[in-house]
Design a protein around this ligand. Structure first.
Ligand code: ADE
Length: 226
């Protein structure tokens, strides 16, 4: 899978994509993440990427020209499954949506800033709009990093244990059961006996019951969904 990210702050991705699972996925050649500095596509002599909003109103608006130039160039090189604009008014992201992207080969992510992007970009260039939650971030970079991380870990071969993404919270509509490690007892806080019993059938049953109980308690909205 290839993910192209268009941003005015490319350095913001140095952290999230150069550690842990995403870093390993890149090294294994399972994902290619290419960051494009939008300013480099500006034909304006000051390399501007934004301008005043027609009709007034506070805040600047991201201009069509640099975004169109960048996207057009990328599209001339390969076919894209989706050109996604990260925006707080987009479709709400969740695990189901993340799962639906793993079949894709090439995706473009556009990170917005200021008051938003010229509406004509949304109408003519963007194919999908995604929000990572009902709150407003300063820009789309953190949202793009969240989106990318959640998809990359689903790509077959990225996680050491193939089943681990499937046992994540939300994959079956339930929150994961509690986990414990050594020591068996710490300050008199004990690991549940069942997990030390060696009886796998009973352990699996206990885990499922815990998942159900946790989901009912912490996320009743998920539990009552269907
Ligand atoms: N840009 C700003 N806020 C955002 C959000 N909540 N989701 C996606 N992109 C955003």
């Amino acid at each position: 899978m290839r993910i192209d990210i268009i941003s005015i702050f490319p350095e913001m991705f140095d952290g999230p994509f150069n550690h842990s699972i995403v870093k390993r996925a890149k090294e294994k050649g399972l994902v290619e993440i290419v960051i494009h500095n939008l300013r480099e596509y500006s034909e304006n002599k000051h390399k501007n990427v934004d301008d005043y909003a027609f009709g007034g109103g506070a805040g600047m608006v991201m201009m069509i020209q640099p975004i169109d130039k960048c996207v057009t160039q990328l599209k001339s090189e390969r076919e894209y499954d989706e050109i996604i604009y990260l925006s707080p008014d987009g479709e709400l992201f969740n695990q189901g949506l993340a799962n639906s992207f793993i079949e894709y080969n090439n995706i473009i992510l556009l990170c917005g800033h200021y008051k938003g992007i010229d509406e004509r970009i949304r109408k003519h260039i963007i194919t999908r709009e995604i929000s990572i939650g009902d709150y407003v971030l300063s820009g789309g970079e953190l949202a793009a990093a969240v989106f990318t991380d959640s998809i990359v870990r689903l790509i077959p071969g990225v996680l050491g244990d193939e089943t681990s993404a499937l046992s994540d919270s939300f994959q079956d509509g339930l929150i994961s059961p509690p986990v414990f490690t050594r020591p068996r007892e710490y300050k008199s806080w004990k690991v549940p006996d069942i997990l030390l019993s060696g009886n796998d059938k009973l352990i699996q049953k206990w885990k499922l019951e815990e998942s159900i109980e946790r989901t009912k308690k912490k996320r009743p909205d998920l539990y009552n969904k269907d």
